[in-house]
Design a protein around this ligand. Structure first.
Ligand code: SF4
Length: 191
């Protein structure tokens, strides 16, 4: 089964060629791509933040698990979630960030991808997730709507199709994006 690390959704939104290069083994990443990215916070820090902020989730009685690995057979997605809350009826993915104050579209879609995996694995309902910012001590409640779900599924399909076709994907990336991109040496039609 073809497995797409959920962290690649953000990369795909930046440029569809990046997941293509990573999954086909161009370059040589030091660590598996599903390992958490910079900017996320470690468990001790998350626990501290959580003690101060749990009421902000409105789920004081929910069961909590940290760093939960998930997999969706249906969509071919794989990943690791910072925290999962479970109240017996609903399942809630939570992502911690050190910086920032407002979730970007890519963060929301990644959160929804985690939720889809949890829903499939646990059989519980997924409707809401959270993105928490430690520096600002803020928790954003994200409602996963149909549009989010459809987008995540479409992106997973696009990544899969790009790999299967083995052709450099078309890209909407601008010259400004390419200048700051570490994969530019693999894109001889750019710059
Ligand atoms: S250099 Fe530009 S086209 Fe190539 S992967 Fe980076 S952003 Fe995409």
């Amino acid at each position: 089964m073809f497995e797409i690390p959920i962290s690649l959704i953000r990369q795909h939104l930046f440029c569809p060629r990046i997941p293509y290069f990573i999954l086909l083994g161009f370059g040589n990443p030091d660590k598996p791509v599903w390992v958490r990215q910079g900017g996320e916070i470690h468990k001790e820090s998350a626990s501290l933040f959580l003690r101060r902020s749990l009421s902000k989730f409105g789920l004081e009685k929910a069961d909590k698990k940290f760093y939960v690995k998930v997999f969706s057979k249906k969509y071919g997605l794989i990943g690791e979630i910072d925290m999962v809350l479970n109240d017996g009826e609903f399942i809630y993915p939570v992502e911690f960030k050190t910086h920032g104050h407002k979730p970007e579209k890519s963060h929301i879609l990644q959160l929804v991808a985690y939720g889809l995996c949890l829903e499939e694995e646990t059989g519980l309902k997924f409707q809401i997730g959270f993105i928490a910012y430690r520096d600002e001590n803020k928790v954003h409640r994200i409602e996963a709507n149909e549009e989010h779900r459809t987008k995540v599924i479409r992106i997973a399909e696009e990544i899969k199709n790009n790999i299967e076709r083995r052709i450099h994907p078309d890209t909407p990336a601008t010259a400004n994006q390419c200048v700051q991109c570490e994969w530019v040496n693999f894109c001889n039609d750019r710059l």
